[in-house]
Design a protein around this ligand. Structure first.
Ligand code: HEC
Length: 494
């Protein structure tokens, strides 16, 4: 079959979704699908999909980090030519990279034909998702007991925070704040939580409690906040609030951090974010660079930063840039891409974070005040499309990661091991993988990662990990949307 399409470079993909071909002012160019061309032969389509598309779009109706391409739902590209344009030019605001430079027209055409055959796409998933491999429960030290906790109708759970020895709050990205007590999921979300912009990677994200929660009841949330909540096209940014939960309702809300209006953006990805407290009770949170890269180096922008504030939102006078009139006073460190996990080392008191990097650039960083972690000037990663971001992996004045993953695991939530359930893992840093569907244990000495062990695999795309006061581990997954309780079944036979 030979279909010739006219492609406009690049009409606003998000607005018109008519089947009509564009005419008039836009530059047009002719594109042939399955063109019989004498140029270099297109590469194998299955392999192309696996290399370039699978990590984000997945191989089933659930999709991956982004929506499925075989579920017959199209948010941006209703027609073949719009899909062609989306693939070639990308959808900048949504975080869809441009592949025009690395895939030929024929290859893009082949991929678009390929996704019309869902069974072929699903067959790829069967080959490559760890779900089909035996679920790993034997680790170097322990055999793990893994069971669903509070199974029910969770929707894209994102973060977990224990508020008592047997009770936890769980955020759902579409906006729900849920309570699980003793493995029982309360059927109703907490009422009156803030309205979130659930689009792309945004929505309700982290939940944390005050170090003095037992006395003051403060619960902290981060979410993507739309300047104009009535409009799906509103500019958005990560916002930090706190409130209390009384009679299953969110009350007393205070906005602790809101970025300057001019820092709000149209992108829908790289929001961060986590909230943690140090021993002195100061609050740290992180925001991703919102897919815009360079603001990570701009001290006046909230993007790509770790921030430090008092728990009531006041800006501390001893922050590293508080004397710089150009800088946001909350900035603690900069040059971050999309930090998605944070934790204070129980012994050294240092702040460890994991950052979701580009392809091949997921990092662990130990954060020091005022330091520059280099994004996007230096990185070990490359673009999702396979093209080079920069050849520079180090530069004067920029910190090297403490550890990085190549290939990326799509690192997400993290937590230091506490409690008595896994004594040999005390103070190890647990990091989770969204795409790799893994939970990893990073053995560390002070400021170094010595060993990296996959301790759980194949239970779902892992967003977060937490511990109860006795030290049982809780793993939050998407696909399936669930919380797993992980306990120690006894020593592993060696
Ligand atoms: C880095 C992640 C990423 C990669 C890699 C990626 N995409 Fe996307 N893509 C997205 C995001 C994000 C969207 C926005 C819609 C969504 O979230 O599902 C999108 C949207 C699309 C759309 C429009 C979907 C719609 O609902 O209208 C098409 C078509 C598409 N991608 C094709 C591809 C193809 C083909 C590949 C492989 C060559 C690919 N993408 C690789 C992230 C990615």
């Amino acid at each position: 079959m030979r279909v010739t399409l006219v492609l406009a470079l690049l009409p606003a993909l998000m607005v018109g979704c008519s089947d009509d071909l564009p005419t008039g002012e836009a530059t047009t160019q002719t594109v042939s699908f399955h063109a019989v061309s004498g140029a270099s032969a297109p590469r194998d389509t299955d392999a192309l999909y696996r290399e370039y598309c699978l990590r984000c779009h997945g191989a089933d109706d659930e999709g991956g980090m982004s929506g499925s391409l075989i579920d017959d739902t199209w948010l941006y590209a209703k027609t073949d030519w719009e899909r062609y344009a989306a693939t070639a030019e990308g959808i900048a605001d949504a975080g869809m990279p441009a592949f025009g430079g690395v895939l030929s027209k024929e290859e893009i055409g082949d991929l678009l034909e390929f996704i019309k055959e869902p069974d072929r796409v699903r067959a790829l998933g069967k080959l490559s998702t760890p779900n089909d491999r035996p679920k790993r429960v034997v680790t170097r030290h322990y055999v793990l007991n893994v069971e669903p906790w509070g199974a029910g109708d969770l929707s894209i759970p994102w973060a977990i925070q224990f508020i008592d020895h047997n009770a936890a709050l769980v955020t759902e990205r579409p906006g729900g704040l849920r309570l699980i007590v003793d493995g029982w999921l309360h059927p109703d979300p907490i009422r009156d939580t803030p309205e979130v912009l659930h689009s792309g990677q945004g929505g309700l994200m982290d939940v944390a409690i005050d170090p003095d929660y037992a006395d003051n009841g403060w619960v902290y949330l981060t979410y993507s906040h739309a300047l104009n909540p009535k409009s799906r096209r509103s500019a958005a940014h990560t916002r930090v609030v706190r409130g209390r939960i009384v009679d299953h309702a969110w009350v007393d809300q205070e906005v602790l951090f809101q970025a300057p209006i001019k820092d709000y953006g149209m992108t829908r990805h790289h929001y961060g974010s986590r909230v943690v407290f140090d021993k002195e009770g100061m609050l740290y949170f992180c925001i991703g660079e919102r897919g815009e890269r360079t603001p990570a180096q701009d001290l006046a922008s909230a993007k790509g930063k770790v921030h430090r504030i008092h728990p009531d939102g006041r800006v501390p006078s001893d922050n590293p840039f508080s004397d710089d009139p150009e800088a946001l006073g909350t900035v603690y460190s900069y040059g971050h891409r999309n930090p998605q996990g944070m934790g204070f080392h129980p012994e050294t008191g240092e702040l460890w974070i994991v950052e979701h990097g580009p392809r091949g650039g997921d990092e662990v960083n130990i954060v020091h005040p005022g330091k520059n972690y280099g994004w996007p000037v230096i990185t070990y990663g490359i673009n999702y499309s396979g093209t080079i971001i920069t050849h520079r992996m180090r530069a004067p004045g920029m910190e090297q990661p403490t550890y990085y993953w190549e290939p990326s695991i799509a690192v997400c939530g993290s937590e230091f091991v506490t409690g008595d359930e896994f004594p040999k893992w005390k103070n190890d840093y647990i990091a989770t993988g969204l795409v790799s569907k893994e939970v990893r244990r990073l053995v560390n000495t002070e400021d170094r990662v010595m060993h990296d062990e996959v301790i759980l695999e194949g239970y779902g795309r892992v967003r977060d990990v937490g511990f109860d006061s006795a030290g049982a581990m809780y793993v939050v997954t998407n696909d399936p949307d669930r919380v797993w309780r992980v306990t120690n079944k006894g020593p592993a036979q060696r």
